[in-house]
Design a protein around this ligand. Structure first.
Ligand code: HEM
Length: 292
């Protein structure tokens, strides 16, 4: 099938996308320069510094990787959160204030401390803090120094920042400086939406050729700016037309070029619907080696 594709399409050709004109040479140079100067982010599965580690978006993808909610919250810690029983409780507002009895009750309540874990136990009530333990970080696992070297305490039941089934995202990696990408005029998300909605086929497939089967070996051959393919969720897309529209920049998007970018894509922004974004760029399906 690959040879049929080659026969139909010819050698890897430049996409009729915006990356090919001379005016855009600078971007390409910058990309290559950035690639040289930023070896550490290449070929790894490290998500970019944005969105921040504790953002709502990331929460769904990394909470199991970075923050472990411990069910064995040390009792000692919980108790230390409760004020000493001798402390005065916060002022309470009594309902229906104005009557003598309710203001008397309010006065009494004002002098009572808030319920402690033990008093809730006695009353057979559940403390909300008990059912919702605090997240536990293990600072010792963060690269760039141990917790003690930075004078921080390691909580007793601290657990690993990573779990085996997901990429390791350390805080220092996540805190890497966010580089704001300025998209050129004409390359906003709205511009991409109108190009996409125009119905133009951006796959680079010759008209009338159905989606093809693409092996990993074939995919690897398409990893240049002018000819960048990526596989996302088992589907192969032509990335080249989208590159300069990408809000995260050409360089970041190119990290998926020539390979299966599903994991990197998802740990970066799993809320983005790639099939909708790249629908017109769909080329074919990723198949196991030797089955094309
Ligand atoms: C391959 C197909 C990709 C598509 C279709 C895509 C699409 C998008 C979209 C739609 C956004 C805006 C999301 C938002 O505002 O919530 C975005 C942002 C971003 N993407 Fe991608 N992305 C791709 C690949 C990647 C890769 C591989 C990386 C890096 C590993 C990456 C890094 C980023 C970053 C850092 C932003 C945030 C930009 C900012 O607001 O400053 N993207 N991407």
């Amino acid at each position: 099938m690959t040879s049929l594709w080659r026969a139909l399409v010819g050698p890897a050709k430049s996409e009729p996308g915006p990356l090919n004109d001379a005016a855009n040479q600078t971007t390409e140079d910058e990309v290559l320069e950035n690639r040289r100067g930023d070896e550490d982010v290449q070929d790894d599965q490290t998500p970019p510094p944005f969105p921040s580690l504790d953002s709502a978006q990331r929460a769904s993808t990394v909470d199991s990787t970075t923050v472990q909610i411990s069910n064995e919250q040390p009792q000692q810690q919980q108790q230390s959160l409760a004020p000493p029983s001798s402390a005065m409780g916060p002022p309470s507002i009594s309902p229906g204030s104005g009557t003598t009895s309710s203001s008397a009750a309010a006065a009494v309540r004002r002098h009572l401390p808030p319920p402690t874990a033990t008093s809730l136990d006695r009353l057979n009530l559940k403390s909300t803090s008990g059912s919702r333990p605090l997240p536990v970080f293990n600072f010792a696992n963060v690269s760039g120094g141990t917790a003690s070297s930075r004078g921080r305490a390691v909580p007793q039941s601290s657990s690993s920042l990573t779990t085996p089934n997901t990429a390791a995202i350390s805080l220092s990696q996540a805190r890497r400086k966010r580089e704001k990408v300025s998209l050129e005029p004409g390359f906003s998300q709205l511009d991409w939406a109108s190009l996409k909605n125009s119905g133009k086929d951006l796959s680079g497939r010759p008209p009338g050729v159905p989606p093809v089967r693409i092996t990993v070996e074939e995919l690897k051959k398409h990893s240049t700016l002018e000819d960048a393919w990526t596989a996302l969720g088992g589907k192969v897309y032509n990335l080249t037309p989208y590159l300069r529209f990408h809000p995260g920049g050409v360089r970041e998007a190119m990290r998926c070029a020539g390979k299966d970018g599903t994991h990197l894509f998802n740990i970066t922004h799993m809320w983005v619907n790639y099939d909708r974004m790249l629908g017109n760029c769909f080329i074919g399906y990723l198949v196991p080696s030797g089955s094309s």
